[in-house]
Design a binder for this molecule. Structure first.
Ligand SMILES: NC(=O)c1ccc[n+]([C@@H]2O[C@H](COP(=O)([O-])OP(=O)(O)OC[C@H]3O[C@@H](n4cnc5c(N)ncnc54)[C@H](O)[C@@H]3O)[C@@H](O)[C@H]2O)c1
Length: 356
């Protein structure tokens, strides 16, 4: 990986939205371990249990509880922090919830992004790097075998995916309209489905597996034949950090980047759950409960990550089987009562040793 160093983040003032969520908590833990001065802005943790508490983040960063739709409060937090770097993760991220509350999903995911970019536009210096986290689902899905490239049409179908396509378009407009001649570098990063220890969301397959395993029941799988680009959460987070560091140093590297696994890790949900059952042991099994009237979810989704690979010499480190094993390892350690950080910090060290 090209010139990546966690030392780069030491002493940097970093603003993270969505810091109480699954990915946000992992990201803050990494940034804090790297010596960054981290401020988070988001609603309270979305689940109980949650990684924000398990990882002991409350005492090691400034945590501001606020709604991303509240532009005045966000602006106040932003001005107080004077960040040099921003990661925008706050979102309503569940596809099925977006069918139940499309308007709320658009308000959070689209206007939340507008509000964040308004803060950057207003404050400008000292902000040097902004990474907007969207998703692999931003593309118009043609259910074909090829991976989507960054210049393919954006037009997610369900309200969640579509709200993230809109967040991309909003960002593209701000970049061209307000940041073209400024020192602020803004990128979007479109990650595949991430898995890892500490995800307790409802309606996500790995948390469903963990809940079934804990309860001693078979795992219920609704869409066993959907193919998804599954990757460990650290894969996506290190791509965010990589883009952030490089665009901070050279704003010409800002752009729109996919981050996903190699083709061999794009597996069906059934195959993923098979891996989970093998890694968990204890005779865990799963059952196919396809719902005939379930809301639409795309069958096939892969990403072409050539751009990220070429720009930064980036490559995935852990394949999907390893990602599942690391998730099981984390979960079993947590169930035994681990210390804050614990196995998460250990996995992070293992990952970074392989990466550099
Ligand atoms: N988990 C995945 O597989 C995946 C894949 C691709 C992209 N993403 C994106 O990554 C980001 C983080 O996802 P996650 O998996 O950690 O989700 P999560 O639900 O665990 O975390 C979401 C975070 O957003 C915050 N939030 C929600 N609504 C808010 C609001 N109105 N105001 C302020 N904060 C609000 C929550 O409090 C939480 O901190 C999201 O933008 C999501 O779309 C996730």
């Amino acid at each position: 990986m090209k010139n990546f160093s966690l030392d780069f983040f030491r002493g940097k003032r970093v603003f993270v939205t969505g810091h109480t969520g699954f990915k946000g908590s992992w990201l803050c833990r990494i940034l804090i371990n790297a010596g960054a001065v981290v401020t988070g802005y988001s609603l309270p943790p979305p689940t109980d249990p949650n990684l924000f508490s398990i990882a002991g983040l409350e005492g090691s960063m400034t945590s501001i509880i606020g709604d991303i739709r509240d532009r005045d409060k966000l602006m106040q937090a932003f001005c107080q922090t004077q960040p040099g770097m921003v990661f925008h993760l706050a979102a309503q991220p569940i596809v099925r919830d977006s069918y139940k509350d499309p308007a709320g999903t658009y308000e959070t995911n689209v206007m939340g992004t507008v509000n964040l970019l308004e803060c950057v536009r207003t404050l400008q210096a000292p902000v040097r790097s902004v990474v907007i986290i969207t998703t692999d689902k931003v593309y118009e899905n043609k259910n074909w075998a090829w991976g989507y490239r960054e210049n393919d049409p954006l037009d997610g179908r369900d309200p969640y995916s579509n709200s993230k396509s809109c967040a991309e378009l909003v960002t593209h407009s701000y970049v061209q309209s307000f940041f073209a001649d400024s020192p602020v570098a803004v990128s979007t990063v479109r990650a595949g489905n991430v898995i890892g220890g500490g995800d307790f969301a409802h309606d996500r397959i790995i948390p469903d597996c963990v809940r079934a395993a804990q309860a001693g029941y078979p795992i219920i799988v609704r869409n066993p034949f959907s193919v998804r680009p599954y990757q460990h959460v650290l894969e996506a987070l290190f791509a965010y950090l990589l883009v952030a560091q490089h665009q901070y140093e050279n704003r010409n590297l800002a752009g729109w980047y996919n981050v996903g696994p190699d083709d061999s890790s794009c597996v069906t949900t059934g195959e993923l759950v098979d891996m989970f059952c093998r890694a968990w042991g204890d005779g865990l099994t799963w059952e196919n409960h396809a719902e005939p009237n379930a809301p639409h979810e795309d069958i096939f989704l892969k990403l072409d990550c050539s751009k990220l690979k070429k720009a930064f010499d980036w490559n995935p480190i852990w394949d999907v089987k390893t990602a599942v094993e690391k998730t099981v390892e984390w979960t079993k350690s947590w169930l035994k009562g681990m210390k804050p950080g614990g196995i998460g910090d250990q996995q992070f060290l293992e990952y970074i040793q392989k990466m550099i």
